[in-house]
Design a protein around this ligand. Sequence first.
Ligand code: SAH
Length: 251
Amino acid sequence: MNAGKVYLVGAGPGAPDLLTLRAAELLRRADVVFHDALVHPDTIALAANAEHVAVGKRCGRHSTAQRFINKRLVDAAMKHAIVVRLKGGDPMLFGRAHEEISALGEAGIAFEVVPGVTAALAASADLGVSLTRRGLARSVAFLTPRVGAGEKRNDWARAAASADTAVIYMGIGEAAPITASLLECGVAPSTPVVVVENASLPEQKRFVLVLKELPEIAALGIAGPAVILLGEVYSELQEQALTTSVQARRA
Ligand code: SAH
């Protein structure tokens, strides 16, 4: 068998120029690219000679299609030399990389992972606030309360409560239960929170609040991908009243 190779490539958080040189080179040489819905069209366009296949819906909601994606990757590697699986952010963080890697492994297909800039780091760059500001934070937790079908619930809130800074992925639709779980775990209602939508993109927005107000973000019409960051490091943003109804009401 003379199968090709599958590259699981991080596309970065959104801005097309936040891509590694290695990723750009692989896209240039790719025969076929399977990409997530959130990947910027300019990034996909770098694969000028490849067939482009959109797989998955918005991140985190494509569990039913995952087995189908695995199979398509294996099939593509039978036909093509360079198969790129392009994923938002970094493939190894909330990116279902494991399922694809094991399917490729089982089929005897060679693979390689190319890292990307994850949303938490892009949001931190936009905010200009270090996740590990000296004197305030020495630990960071990347978490999601999201559980896939058939998965066991886990104790994500405890991890958030024990880290100095926490970044919550895929949490916007569940702000009220997230807040309740964090408060229950002993996180103070006055803990500084910032929500960053569309990190790294021109349409980026941030909402500065405190934990007890987090359920109110449901009313803010956040439609783009967004992360929730919390911890004392964000206290320095608290005076910058930003565009939210939460802020307007507090003022
Ligand atoms: N592998 C990706 C995460 C995929 S899960 C990474 O490393 O970034 C999808 C979640 O990532 C979204 O629900 C959102 O919480 C977050 N996300 C992705 N892109 C984002 C962006 N540009 N700004 C803010 N959050 C983003």
